[in-house]
Write a protein that binds this ligand. Structure first.
Ligand code: ATP
Length: 511
């Protein structure tokens, strides 16, 4: 097993052991690609939502929120194009009976060639030592050039095939490059077929076609159909945004990698309505704002990058992903899309209702253009967990597992721990709990040795442990232990509120 697979496995089992994430319906052997969030998971998830909502909605005068229903009129999905075009190309391996997304098989093949180039560079760097110039090596070494050409050719062909919906061509690319099934090791593939990702269900007791419904595959459409309701009632002027957090459902062909790709997940989306012609300016603006939001979490600037789309969705004229370095490599965390006036115009056409805005400054009515920011809450959760999971060797030869979650997002902010269950320490500890509880999520724990309790709180990611001992009963001071550096200091009980607040207060990050 490679190192990153090993670490990823550890993170998944840590999530279960410490009440972050459980497999859905586990007692029935689980349901694929569906997960439940446990007591610590739901706190972390709520904190992420709060950080996103406050920074996107409350900190922007011109953005407001909604919470639209998951069920929408089925015409919504005709208008949005999802009924016809929300497809992924599917291919089966006849020997392993495993199903794949054809484009992902090809992308994985490209990644392998990229890895080979990276290895060539490493070898050359060793050989040439200090005089190694990577730029020059990449642009002159024949083997690297050949590999790069191969990558460019395959990507171009794949983008052409995807854009023109040419499924035979996709199959040909798989065959010509001798791409094999990772399970059976053979290239015995079926034809490539389109597969619609929407879940269908029915409303009411009658079974005629008019009652067909879809579980929404994105929250965005709930915003578009409410565009005029919100604009009028909140008296918004273009440019303005509407934000929403909610569940989305996609019948993903391959759902692997834990909560990275689920069939039921949550999105945090914001649609920003602008004047036609201003899309480039606002697209770049939101790219910048969203990247800064990610970097504010201090998870390492080198772990983020933009990936511009060449193969655009049916509604977009420009699109980029903010990618994060997950344990399994750089993958999409958030999408920023310039959606033009596609959605509003389509809803206008299908509903027969005008969805226009009168811009009093230029005295003109128009259908606004839209820039969308769309981030998966569960992927954001995984970003934080996978980055904060650390196994540390301690000076005394022991080791610890600690979740160095940004303190303001941590599920539990402080644990209150009486050193023993005797001499009135539990009572004193409960008094402290009561003082802190209304400000921070705290946990009271008296079982096990103090060392064990510290380890447990480290593993949960609690920034502070407050220990009540004999001295506390005499002078009202406690030991305050810091999760990250494990330092301990004596502080007055009266000061606990302000010290903890300094570190965990969301407002400090928003500023
Ligand atoms: P991918 O290419 O990974 O399938 P996408 O481009 O289809 O993602 P979008 O439609 O742009 O994704 O959705 C916006 C965001 O929603 C993504 O950036 C991602 O964070 C999240 N998301 C999309 N699909 C899933 C899923 N199956 N499970 C969890 N999160 C998802």
């Amino acid at each position: 097993m490679t190192n990153y697979e090993d670490i990823f496995k550890k993170i998944i089992s840590h999530c279960k052991e410490y009440g972050y994430v459980f497999q859905s319906s586990e007692i029935y052997d689980g349901l694929a690609a569906a997960y439940d969030y446990g007591p610590n998971g739901v706190e972390l998830k709520n904190n992420i939502k709060q950080y996103w909502w406050k920074s996107m909605v409350n900190m922007h005068e011109n953005i407001v929120g909604i919470d639209s229903s998951i069920f929408m009129h089925s015409k919504t999905w005709e208008a949005s194009g999802h009924k016809d075009a929300f497809n992924d190309p599917l291919v089966d391996n006849r020997d392993s009976k495993k199903r794949y997304r054809a484009d992902m098989l090809i992308e994985d093949h490209i990644s392998k060639i990229e890895d080979k180039i990276a290895k060539e560079c490493l070898k050359a760097a060793k050989r040439f030592g200090d005089s190694f110039n990577k730029e020059e090596f990449i642009s002159t070494n024949n083997r690297v050039l050949e590999r790069q050409k191969k990558i460019d050719d395959i990507s171009n062909e794949m983008n052409l095939a995807l854009n023109s919906n040419n499924l035979e061509k996709l199959k040909k690319i798989i065959e010509e490059n001798d791409i094999k099934c990772p399970v059976s090791g053979t290239n015995n593939w079926t034809d490539v077929r389109q597969f619609n990702l929407m879940f269908k269900t029915q409303m009411g007791a009658t079974a005629d076609a008019s009652s067909d419904l879809y579980l929404r595959p994105e929250t965005a459409q709930g915003i578009f159909v409410n565009f005029l309701n919100v604009q009028k009632t909140a008296r918004m002027k273009v440019p303005f945004g509407i934000a929403q957090i909610g569940k989305a459902f996609r019948n993903e062909i391959v759902a692997r990698q834990f909560i990275f790709r689920m069939r039921e997940f949550e999105q945090m989306e914001m649609q920003f309505f602008i004047r036609p012609g201003e899309e480039e300016k606002w697209y770049n603006y939101w790219k910048d704002v969203r990247m800064k939001w990610h970097l504010s979490l201090n998870l390492g600037d080198e772990n983020y990058r933009f990936h511009d789309h060449e193969n655009l969705a049916h509604y977009a004229n420009a699109a980029t992903d903010i990618e994060f370095k997950f344990p399994f490599g750089f993958k999409e965390l958030e999408g920023i899309h310039s959606r033009t006036d596609f959605d509003l115009k389509a809803h206008q056409k299908h509903s027969g209702k005008k969805l226009q805005y009168f811009d009093s400054e230029i005295e003109k009515s128009y259908v606004p253009y839209v820039i969308e920011t769309s981030i998966g809450l569960d992927r954001m959760f995984l970003t934080i967990l996978s980055n904060s999971f650390k196994e540390e060797e301690l000076e005394n030869g022991e080791s610890r597992i600690v979740l160095k979650i940004p303190s303001f997002l941590a599920p539990i902010k402080a644990a209150v721990l009486p050193l023993t269950k005797k001499d009135g320490m539990p009572q004193k500890a409960r008094e402290i709990m009561q003082k802190l509880q209304s400000n921070f999520n705290c946990q009271y724990e008296e079982k096990d040795s103090i060392g064990k309790r510290y380890r447990r709180q480290d593993a949960i990611g609690t920034p502070y442990c407050i220990t009540v001992d004999h001295q506390t009963l005499e002078d009202n001071t406690v030991t305050l232990r810091d999760r990250d550096v494990m330092s301990q200091c004596r502080v007055d009980i009266q000061k606990l509120n302000s010290i903890i607040s300094e570190k965990v207060n969301l407002a400090n990050y928003l500023e």
